[in-house]
Design a protein around this ligand. Sequence first.
Ligand SMILES: N[C@@H](CCC[C@H](N)C(=O)O)C(=O)O
Length: 297
Amino acid sequence: MGQHSVAEGKGTDGVIGIDGVPFAKGHGAGNDFVILPDPDGALPLTAAQVAALCDRRRGIGGDGLLRVVRSAKHPDAVAMAGEAEWFMDYWNADGTQAEMCGNGVRVFARYLIESGLVGWPSGDLRVATRSGVVPVRDDAAGLAAGLAPPRLGGPATAAVAGRELDGVAVDCGNPHLVCALPDAEDPAVLDLTAAPTLDPETFPTGANVEFVAAAEPVDGADLSVRMRVHERGVGETLSCGSGACAVAAAALADTGRDTGVVAVHVPGGRLTVTVADEACWLAGPAVIVAAGVVHLG
Ligand SMILES: N[C@@H](CCC[C@H](N)C(=O)O)C(=O)O
């Protein structure tokens, strides 16, 4: 299946048919996910089912869905997973798939541990994703995932609520546009009810858009910023892990640095991003809050 594609079988008639399937629910700094354990990859999951499960009124509700599949049992993972026994099959709330979800990986790892599917290995726990294998470890700042270092691209703009904002494209496995707000502008006042309009040539599959302003200094961090995000395939979310990594890399670059520690304040809490040469470590809360059985007939 291609990245960020609508899965085949998207229903138009409301026929969802997912019943008797166990689920859990978790979040990472307010970025929330429906978790579907499917070790053998036996669930013929469709985009319509994902959208129904993520529906906040008629379903369980979530910004996205994490299907927990053995790497050996998923065609997107079998050839690339290496030592990673488990594959995070990530879906956005609208039923599209994405390459990476930083908070998702952290919540996925929490689920693997709490459900007993794995014990903490002596080194890092490795999770396969569509954007490669991600190490996860317990860190002083929370559960930390080592994403690939963000790659800064060129300038681009976003049209938001009648304004055009300048930004920089950043690749974190998935596409981002980081827009630094003009001096002293509070991200809280932005109207993010409609999706930002982007240049389709720069972002042929869309992008997650972050809006950033400076924040009060935080002990132990080189920089401290506030961010709001409009996620591709979701809408505004309380937090976006890969977005925080994109923002951290762009903020460090603005001060002439390639590496450093950035505290990223999001509406759902705080994430700590450590950009190093070999990885971008994203740390913060990751919790499982519920478990049950799906009855969506
Ligand atoms: N919330 C995520 C990002 C999820 C994927 C994104 N919406 C996309 O389509 O790329 C994160 O924590 O990184």
